[in-house]
Design a protein around this ligand. Structure first.
Ligand SMILES: Nc1nc2c(c(=O)[nH]1)N[C@H]1C(S)=C(S)[C@@H](COP(=O)(O)OP(=O)(O)OC[C@H]3O[C@@H](n4cnc5c(N)ncnc54)[C@H](O)[C@@H]3O)O[C@H]1N2
Ligand code: MOO
Length: 393
């Protein structure tokens, strides 16, 4: 059995960022920008008023009386010049007219006909946003994960389309005679396929495209057929059939189809029978069938692999620190990812409590968990108050 870290390194060795495509901004959220893009204009493109008020030329002082000679509004500036004794009515976002070097807010002015008088207690602000204050034409957005604010930034740079890595297509194959789809009527010995739904949602949340294939029955012919259907995906994920039972066919069939195995079995709990390899050139992950095992393996291997395919660096999931609330027993020979609940604290590290029941079939427990408490392989019992590491889930 290899370690979790070694297994992840071998998974990363199977995948590399997908080719680049150019997409409209509306399709770019959550994608990885693949090359620098440069602003096509200054923002703001002119000195702009930050307030509603009056653009003036003279030094402002209470009692100053000025004649209003025109109006500047957002989208329609004032063509003339503001000179001594003059003011232009101006609104937020409008270009500041030539000759003006300050905007007096309208609350500080008494207006009568075409004249204004500045009130006592004027504020000090110029209320002008200088041209290019946000960015200049030619400013670069460098490759990174595009978040909603980045899309606004790119839009304001007048960039309508961006080069991003293609979204990874992940084929999900549940295996087993015991499985039916939700909504179907299960036979007396059957259960409902569940973890496929978690995996599909996790894939989509991470920016991938989940393709749920038909459930493969426990025959070599059926598994072979469904695997063949999946081979145009960027990553093939099987669920179940990974262990040592007579009906655990995934390893055997994949190898008969030419899988080049990267590893099988890791020192991890849950998730021991995880396998990975290249199936006819396509990266493949064979997840254990127990629902919690499959979902934990997806957090630790599938999602990091997906992110790397999508263009992000090959990076293990973040480990954070928390304080253990109650004493916890020894970890055992495999690294144990305990389902746990976090309690944020107003100061200091959050508190963490592992659930009493840790069986890898318990979706009810996993549903109540927001962390995987990491117990290193061979770690002894821990007293309450110990600082431990966890992955948020
Ligand atoms: N003799 C041994 N038996 C087992 C070992 C072992 O080392 N020696 N390892 C155990 C561990 S650890 C795990 S994890 C499981 C993994 O087994 P498989 O990957 O072969 O999974 P299955 O046998 O197909 O299923 C296990 C369990 O999960 C249920 N299942 C499967 N697929 C789904 C699905 N899509 N949705 C919901 N539930 C699913 C299945 O019905 C079984 O109950 O093996 C142990 N055995
Ligand atoms: O992977 Mo198994 O869940 O270790 O029980």
């Amino acid at each position: 059995m290899i370690s979790v870290d070694e297994a992840l390194a071998r998974v990363f060795a199977l995948v590399s960022p997908l080719p680049v495509e150019t997409v409209p901004l509306r399709q770019a959220n959550g994608r990885i920008l693949a090359a620098p893009v440069t602003a096509l204009r200054d923002q703001p493109p002119f000195d702009a008023s930050a307030m509603d008020g009056y653009a003036i030329h003279d030094a402002a002082r209470p009692g100053l009386s000025l004649r209003v000679i025109g109006t500047a509004q957002a989208g329609k500036g004032f063509a003339g010049r503001v000179g001594p004794g003059e003011a232009v009515r101006i609104f937020t976002g409008a270009p500041v007219p030539e000759g003006a070097d300050r905007v007096v807010i309208q609350e500080d002015v008494t207006a009568a006909g075409d004249r204004i008088t500045l009130n006592p207690g004027l504020d000090e602000g110029r209320h002008i946003r200088p041209r290019g204050q946000d960015f200049r034409a030619g400013a670069e957005v460098t490759p990174r994960l595009l978040r909603p604010a980045d899309l606004a930034l790119l839009a304001s740079m007048n960039i309508a389309r961006v080069p991003v890595h293609r979204r990874p297509v992940i084929a999900l194959i549940a295996t087993g005679d015991e499985l039916v789809m939700p909504g179907e009527t299960p036979g007396p010995d059957q259960i409902i396929t569940s973890n496929t739904f978690a995996l599909a949602a996790m894939v989509e949340e991470a920016g991938g495209i989940a393709r749920m294939l038909p459930i493969a029955r426990d025959t070599e012919a059926d598994l072979r057929m469904v695997l063949r259907l999946a081979l145009d995906a960027d990553l093939v994920v099987t669920i179940g059939g990974a262990s040592v039972g007579d009906h655990d066919l995934v390893g055997r069939v994949a190898e008969a189809m030419g899988m080049d195995r990267a590893f099988y079995k890791i020192a991890m709990r849950p998730g021991k029978p995880l396998m990975a390899g290249l199936l006819q050139g396509v990266p493949m992950l064979g997840l254990p069938g127990n629902p919690v095992s499959a979902i934990v393996c997806a957090h630790l291997f599938l999602i990091p692999a997906l992110r790397h395919l999508a263009g992000q660096p090959a990076q293990a999931p973040a480990r954070l620190r928390a304080v253990l609330v109650s004493e916890t027993g020894p970890a055992g020979p495999r690294r144990h990812y305990m389902r746990a609940r976090l309690e944020p604290q107003t100061d200091g590290l959050p508190h963490i409590t592992p659930f009493g029941l840790q069986d890898s079939s318990l979706l009810g427990v996993l549903g109540g968990a927001d962390a995987l408490l990491i117990r290193p392989e061979g770690d002894g019992p821990l007293p309450a108050g110990s600082v431990v590491e966890y992955h948020p889930i």
